[in-house]
Design a protein around this ligand. Structure first.
Ligand code: PPE
Length: 314
């Protein structure tokens, strides 16, 4: 369950956690009209730092733009500053941040354009998404009977609240059948992504991940892993992946802000490789945690320190 923090940022002001309420007839409640982000702030050797803040703010702005919701008056730099301030105000060492842009209260009916657009940012402590054990031993997952959003239905480059109705079906079905997570195929039957994670497959020392055209969210952790693998000279390609590749892979892992880098040890009860975390997954995990925790140099400028910071220019 959520542990409240003191303040939530709302349209430029800090309000108390308990006051961050919306009317039941807000447009978002009936029609799912929201876009949001999930961002982690890590406790690093030089204090709390938000990981890939610029990229998350950019994706939030992109999501709002796709849905014609960018009528709010905040710039990307102001939103980034709000997030850094929120972590300070709540005196968090590490946390998960959830910016949400939503269509608020005013008019009802599918046409959203007369409703105000409200911007909130909350943060709280969020532990390991697929369980502490999955990080070292791997998760048991299944292929979902639900298909990921087809092109021309809901845009997957937008991180929209409504997309997560599909994710919820995938996740609930997986749990009902005794799995930790479900993997959805795209409308052509190729591998897309988990309900809340991108997916990577390793075979013969080469890493594959579905391209943006396979109905995936353009994950920021996905991009992080693509970059880290290239830095380590591990061949990595974006490629359409048939379902059965998951069964014959040497290694499979998930990436996501919440899931970080989590190995998958079985798919549909078929063991992946040796049925444990594989060596390349472990290496990438180690690199990832070294970068986010600041124990390795931040060579890509991915961490924004919360304390003693300069104004963020975006
Ligand atoms: N695909 C989906 C569908 C997804 O929800 C996420 C993040 C990703 C890929 C990975 O994206 P990124 O975080 O930028 O690497 N899912 C977020 C929400 C999870 C939730 O349960 O809420 C997250 O990880 O924060």
């Amino acid at each position: 369950m959520l542990t409240p923090t003191e303040k939530i940022w709302h349209n430029g002001k800090f309000i108390d956690w308990d006051d961050a309420r919306i009317h039941v007839l807000s447009h978002v409640v009936s029609y799912g009209s929201s876009v949001f982000e999930g961002i982690r702030c890590y406790e690093t050797t030089s204090g709390p730092a938000i990981f890939r803040l610029r990229e998350h703010v950019r994706r939030l702005m992109d999501s709002a733009h796709i849905y014609r919701m960018d009528s709010f008056s905040f710039t990307a730099s102001e939103l980034a500053d709000a997030m850094l301030d929120l972590v300070s105000v709540n005196r968090m060492r590490s946390c998960y941040l959830r910016p949400i842009v939503l269509r608020g209260y005013g008019d009802l009916g599918v046409n959203p354009l007369k409703n105000p657009v409200d911007v909130y940012v909350a943060c709280w402590e969020w532990g390991k998404y697929l369980g502490e054990e999955a990080l070292s031993s791997g998760a048991d997952v299944c292929i979902s009977s639900w298909t990921r959003l087809a092109p021309n239905t809901l845009p997957t480059l937008a991180k929209a609240g409504a997309n997560y109705m599909n994710s919820q079906l995938i996740r609930m079905e997986a749990i009902a059948n005794g799995y930790t997570e479900g993997i959805a195929l795209d409308s052509s039957g190729n591998v897309s992504e988990g309900s809340g994670e991108n997916i990577f497959v390793i075979r013969d020392g080469r890493i594959l991940t579905p391209p943006i055209g396979s109905s995936v969210l353009p994950g920021i952790t996905r991009d992080t892993v693509l970059t880290l693998a290239r830095d380590l000279n591990i061949p990595i390609v974006e490629s359409v992946i048939p379902r059965e590749m998951l069964y014959i892979a040497d290694e499979v892992f998930f990436t996501g802000t919440a899931a970080e880098v989590t190995p998958v040890r079985s798919v549909d009860r078929i063991p992946v490789g040796k049925g444990t975390r594989g060596p390349i997954t472990e290496l990438l995990q180690r690199e990832f945690f070294a970068v986010v925790n600041g124990t390795k140099p931040d060579r890509h400028g991915w961490l924004t320190a919360v304390e003693s910071r300069q104004t963020v220019s975006l």
